[in-house]
Design a protein around this ligand. Structure first.
Ligand code: CUA
Length: 310
């Protein structure tokens, strides 16, 4: 019978994080031993009444002081560099990621796949693929925690945060909310199901709703009347959206922003916040009229316009 100290490792990041963790535990243990073993020895050697040599030492005190200041500094700077590299790995999704949206709410996780599949408290992914999650919350702060992949990220209302992982083992893994979010916080859990490529395709086709996320977004774009100003011949009053996603946008106040998910979200909910250069603020706010699910659908649609030329 085994007694695991750490959760199962199911991604490269997990191995990397555990190595760092064990590295820190080892160096801390070594420092503890170096301090406590001589301390206990001297406690006995120089105890009251024990005959020991107590004459002043003639060791080079200054050099010893400098050595035991600089050596540990160098050793711990190595850990700093090691940790920083691991952190950048966790924070920066590699290119070519498969994108999946996650919405947290009291007390469940809602997942949207680009193909249109939706699930609750479950996330199906293919093995070996880089998966990037774009996440937001409908109410309070939650936190999407995948122990087997050693990754977690706060899920914050009013903005998008991201998290990525690459599962390298087929299996079912825990998903937890790790930010206290109210009465049923401890029940806000689920499963990540890592499938083979073929099984994942089969799963997608089986649950295929007939409309992709971008198609739902396009329908919404017309229903809400966005297309009246932002598409076709009407783009005199409003900025055209083709080729917009991921590009820099010069604003009226002279600053330049990148048209990412957060920018598009703000432009829909708080249109007066950032006005595109050369335009006036004619757009009404859609705050309260579109849900978090719908916002992500609209963004998925605007992303598909990204590859077309204006
Ligand atoms: Cu959601 Cu804790």
């Amino acid at each position: 019978m085994t007694f695991p100290i750490l959760p199962e490792q199911a991604s490269k990041i997990a191995t990397q994080t555990d190595n760092l963790c064990w590295g820190l535990v080892s160096i801390s243990a070594a420092v503890c031993l170096i301090v406590f073993v001589p301390m206990i020895y001297f406690l006995f050697k120089y105890r009251n009444g024990h005959p020991a040599d107590r004459s002043p030492s003639n060791l080079p005190q200054t050099r010893i002081e400098i050595a035991w200041t600089i050596l540990p500094l160098l050793i711990f700077m190595c850990f700093y560099v090691w940790g920083a590299k691991a952190y950048f790995n966790i924070e920066r999704p590699p290119p070519g990621a498969m994108e999946i949206n996650v919405i947290g709410k009291q007390w469940m996780w809602k997942v949207q796949h680009p193909e249109g599949n939706r699930e609750i408290d479950e996330l199906h992914v293919p093995v070996g693929r880089i998966v990037k999650l774009t996440m937001t919350s409908q109410d309070v702060i939650h936190d999407f925690f995948l122990p087997a992949f050693r990754t977690k990220q706060d899920v914050v209302p009013g903005r998008y945060t991201t998290e990525w992982f690459q599962a390298d083992k087929i299996g079912t893994y825990h998903l937890f909310c790790s930010e206290y979010c109210g009465t049923s916080h401890s029940h806000m859990e689920g499963r990540v199901i890592v499938l083979s490529q073929a099984d994942y395709q089969a799963w997608l086709t089986e649950g295929q709703p007939g409309t992709t996320l971008a198609e739902s977004g396009e329908r919404l774009f017309r229903e809400l009347g966005c297309s009246g100003c932002h598409l076709g011949q009407s783009v005199i009053r409003a900025p055209p959206l083709q080729g917009l996603f991921g590009k820099p946008v010069p604003l009226n106040d002279g600053t330049v922003v990148i048209a990412d998910e957060g920018y598009i979200r703000d432009s829909i909910l708080l249109p007066a916040k950032q006005i595109t250069g050369g335009y006036t603020n004619d757009m009404p706010s859609f705050a309260g009229r579109v849900s978090e699910d719908e916002l992500l659908e609209l963004i998925a649609y605007i992303k598909t316009l990204g590859s077309q030329s204006p």
